[in-house]
Design a protein around this ligand. Structure first.
Ligand SMILES: Cc1cc2nc3c(=O)[nH]c(=O)nc-3n(C[C@H](O)[C@H](O)[C@H](O)COP(=O)(O)OP(=O)(O)OC[C@H]3O[C@@H](n4cnc5c(N)ncnc54)[C@H](O)[C@@H]3O)c2cc1C
Length: 414
């Protein structure tokens, strides 16, 4: 049994804390906010074993000028950030190579395939099974050309055993009656599930962790020190906390904490937005992704959530609410029958690596510190396997899947 402190009460930190607790360790979670107030608050809720197509794809870079020039497009970039992000973009460019993409898809599959069953278990134990729905996930297209452009991604899914069926206009209408008739091509990822409140999931799991004897501390970690024989010291605004072992699961802020231990990882602040429309009835049970405009509409407990956009901008810059208004316009086009009004707006920072794989493993310099961050677009779905891998490492067991694609040192290798 070890004394372990996890930094971060987002979905990755809380799920990791539960798996460590299940192995008999004494676990404390430290966060400067309440559980689930970070990026895990506002995601699109997909727990998607079939979401294995990395962001860097062959042809992605060719689309960038078109996306940047379209006011309703999925991508924006602060040119002022470009010099800081250049190394990230160079690694991203390499990740677009078709062989690398195939390897990245298999890696994402190994992380995401067990996620639905894991959440059935975790939420069942936490007494909140109703937060998870197993209804699949529709990807829809208005143009045949757009649908054809998704062929490589569909092949990656098929090659990796993702359950999928093609859908025509009639089937789309049957599964999502509120959708615009303009959507005529698509596919359904049959094994996918979604949660009805991403923050509710973190809160339910945090309450369960506490109920089982775990400790939650509200504090801002400002420094980490590993002195021989003194354990790991976490300096916070008020006190110094000591632990035998520390897990850094602080989302985007993890890069700064890893740097304090001498490890440079490439994380970009890839900001995303959502709007949530209370009372919008679309008669669909599953999330629907517009594969061309790249946003997703998920039925949530609080209303219809429209989420998406990639904005490369300083993490702490003020939100650009024009991006949220873009989502509102896209929602009007997707669901002509609903009133897009009285909605809430949210911005969050995806902790994104250039190769779409998270950073999971021991700190190269300090064995008693473990890294569990960088989950980009897939933190909700990848959290369970991440937590299980961390538990394997703490127990000195052979990890259940190959950890080499996640090693923290990989960014300094080329
Ligand atoms: C628009 C959008 C849609 C998305 N949709 C999906 C989806 O459908 N499915 C999916 O799987 N993923 C999705 N994601 C991605 C997912 O939300 C993230 O990958 C995930 O939330 C990351 O979780 P995390 O626990 O690593 O980080 P966070 O949730 O950000 O948690 C990190 C925590 O660390 C704390 N912290 C940071 N620094 C410190 C410090 N120094 N001291 C103390 N505490 C600290 C923060 O307060 C925070 O609570 C989406 C993201 C966005 C933006």
């Amino acid at each position: 049994m070890k004394e372990i402190t996890v930094i971060g009460a987002g979905i990755v930190g809380i799920v990791t804390a539960i798996y460590l607790q299940r192995e008999g360790h004494r676990v404390t979670v430290v966060d400067r906010q309440s559980p689930g107030e970070g990026t895990s608050f506002g995601n699109a809720g997909s727990v998607a074993p079939g979401s294995i197509v990395p962001v860097a794809m062959p042809g992605t870079l060719k689309q960038v000028p078109k996306w940047l020039s379209d006011p309703l497009g999925p991508l924006t970039l602060s040119w002022r950030q470009l010099p800081f992000m250049l190394p990230w973009f160079l690694h991203f460019q390499r990740a677009c190579n078709p062989d690398r993409v195939q390897r990245a898809a298999a890696v994402l599959r190994s992380l995401n395939a067990p996620s639905v069953d894991a959440y059935v278990d975790l939420l069942g134990a936490a007494g909140a099974p109703e937060l998870l729905r197993r209804e699949g996930m529709l990807h829809v297209y208005k143009t045949e050309a757009g649908f054809k452009a998704s062929a490589f991604g569909r092949r990656l899914r098929a090659d990796n055993g993702c359950a999928m069926e093609l859908v025509d206009a009639d089937k789309i209408r049957e599964l999502a009656p509120g959708l615009s008739p303009g959507y005529r091509w698509g596919f359904n990822l049959l094994d996918n599930a979604h949660v009805r409140s991403p923050q509710g999931v973190v809160q339910a799991l945090a309450a369960h962790f506490k109920h089982k004897g775990g400790m939650l501390i509200r504090a801002n970690v400002t420094d980490i020190r590993c002195d021989a024989g003194a354990g790991v010291q976490l300096h916070t605004d008020d006190v110094v906390l000591t632990a035998e072992c520390v897990v850094i699961a602080a989302g985007y802020a993890s890069a700064k904490l890893a740097a304090k231990l001498g490890t440079k990882v490439l994380l970009a602040p890839e900001r995303g937005y959502h709007i949530e429309i209370p009372g919008a009835v679309t008669a669909q049970h599953c999330p629907v992704t517009d594969g061309e405009s790249r946003f997703v509409a998920t039925p949530m407990a609080g209303g219809l959530r429209i989420a998406g956009t990639s904005e490369f901008q300083a993490a702490d810059a003020a939100p650009n609410w024009a991006r949220a208004e873009t989502l509102a316009k896209l929602a009007e086009g997707m669901f002509p029958g609903i009133k897009v009004e009285n909605y809430s707006r949210w911005m969050g920072v995806r902790p994104s690596t250039p190769d779409s794989s998270p950073v999971i493993g021991r700190s190269p310099r300090h064995r008693q510190v473990l890294f569990a961050f960088g989950h980009g677009h897939w933190g909700l779905m990848s959290a369970p396997v991440t937590g299980q891998l961390v538990a394997d490492l703490v127990a000195d067991r052979t990890p259940r899947i190959d950890l080499s694609p996640f090693r923290p040192e990989r960014f300094s290798l080329y």
